[in-house]
Write a protein that binds this ligand. Structure first.
Ligand code: FAD
Length: 333
């Protein structure tokens, strides 16, 4: 592992000043569950770490106003177990409870979760030059295309990259129209979660719409009646401590058995958290039947493109989404 220097900041302003002073090679670290991992693999090689795990007020949670607010430094475990969320926004709590392990959730932050990097095996295992990866080494090629692509994306991939966006929480946040609040030397700004993740295109190494030195200070979710009828369904190789093969975040605002408004996003199958607008349009305004849920789920995968070993993800994704829609509808009865 490359040698690095280390600072611990007490406030966001102090962290930003330390980032600017350190110049190129500076990185923030929160729980460290992703960044330290990638440093040990030689994929991330920061020269200077600024520890933001204990910034003043960074773990603030406020569910009392007209929006839900989670400080970027709040722990995944705390949000996963929040009683208000468990009752009124189960999709948010479940997306965190089904991520990683209890030990990791006790360390990892909801801000860091948004910015974790892909688990594509060719990205993670190739720092010794064994495999090309456009995300790790721009312009080197993509070993996953035509390689062992079982875990790769079937939606949103490009000729340069098929890596799946790994997080569960960003999928739930995408469905719920969340925004993130960021702070830098230039001041604060707000970024919709739907715009945080860049499509891979020709530049898969550019992953997030954040500027150098920006800190995620908070995540805001507008309150909606759909939260009560919501669910996060995650299908994986084993029931715990594994990333999604397919997942669906669904929240339905119901008027009797009719769907007034739907919030739907997919995970595990796409290069970024995937808002399923076509699916929402098919279920909205209609009674929720098994046939309609299936038809709506199929619409999300119309443009899906599989490789050699991941064709199963299309059918799995459709079924996962259809079941999640029906489950969310059932919550309203
Ligand atoms: C074995 C294993 C299994 C896992 N399974 C899952 C899973 O099933 N689902 C899932 O969603 N995740 C899973 N994870 C990933 C885990 O959830 C993430 O590692 C964790 O959420 C990252 O949070 P952190 O605070 O540790 O981030 P760090 O590792 O500290 O940081 C990650 C990145 O975010 C940046 N960063 C962190 N906080 C901020 C901030 N406030 N502002 C700006 N930049 C910031 C850092 O610079 C770094 O680039 C798993 C991880 C492991 C190791």
């Amino acid at each position: 592992m490359k040698a690095f220097s280390y600072d611990r900041a007490r406030t966001a302003q102090e962290a930003i000043a330390a980032f600017v002073a350190a110049g190129e090679g500076a990185r923030y670290i929160a729980g460290g569950t992703n960044l330290y991992d990638l440093m040990k693999l030689g994929i991330e090689r920061p020269a200077h770490l600024i520890d933001i795990a204990s910034l003043e007020g960074a773990d603030r949670v406020d569910t009392s106003g007209d929006r839900l607010f989670f400080g970027g430094g709040a722990l995944m475990a705390d949000i996963a177990e929040d009683p208000i969320l468990l009752r009124d926004y189960p999709v948010l709590a479940q997306s965190l409870a089904k991520a990683a392990s209890q030990q990791l959730r006790n360390m990892a932050t909801v801000g860091g979760n948004l910015l974790q990097r892909t688990r594509c095996p060719y990205f993670r295992n190739g720092a010794n030059g064994w495999y090309p990866c456009n995300k790790r080494e721009p312009g080197s090629g993509c070993a996953a295309i035509g390689g062992l692509d079982r875990s790769q994306a079937v939606l949103g991939a490009s000729d340069a990259c098929t890596a799946v966006s790994p997080g569960d929480w960003p999928v739930a946040l995408t469905a719920m129209d969340a925004t993130i609040e960021v702070l830098s030397i230039g001041g604060p700004r707000v970024v919709p979660v739907s715009e945080l993740y860049l499509p891979p295109g020709d530049t898969p190494h550019l992953e997030f719409a954040l500027r150098p030195g920006e800190i995620v200070t908070g995540i805001a979710v507008p309150k909606t009646a759909a939260g009560r009828n919501s669910t996060y369904l995650k299908v994986r190789d084993r029931e715990s401590f594994a990333f999604a093969l397919a997942s669906a975040a669904v929240a339905l605002d119901m008027d009797g058995d009719r769907v007034r408004q739907a919030h739907i996003a997919l995970g595990g199958v796409a290069t970024r958290p995937w808002r399923a607008g076509e699916t929402e349009a098919i279920v909205q305004g209609h009674p929720l039947t098994r046939e309609r849920a299936l038809k709506a789920a199929q619409a999300a995968f119309t443009g899906a493109r599989a490789g050699q070993h991941n064709t199963f993800k299309i059918e799995l994704g459709v079924r996962t989404l259809a079941v999640a829609i029906l489950n969310a509808g059932r919550e309203s009865r």
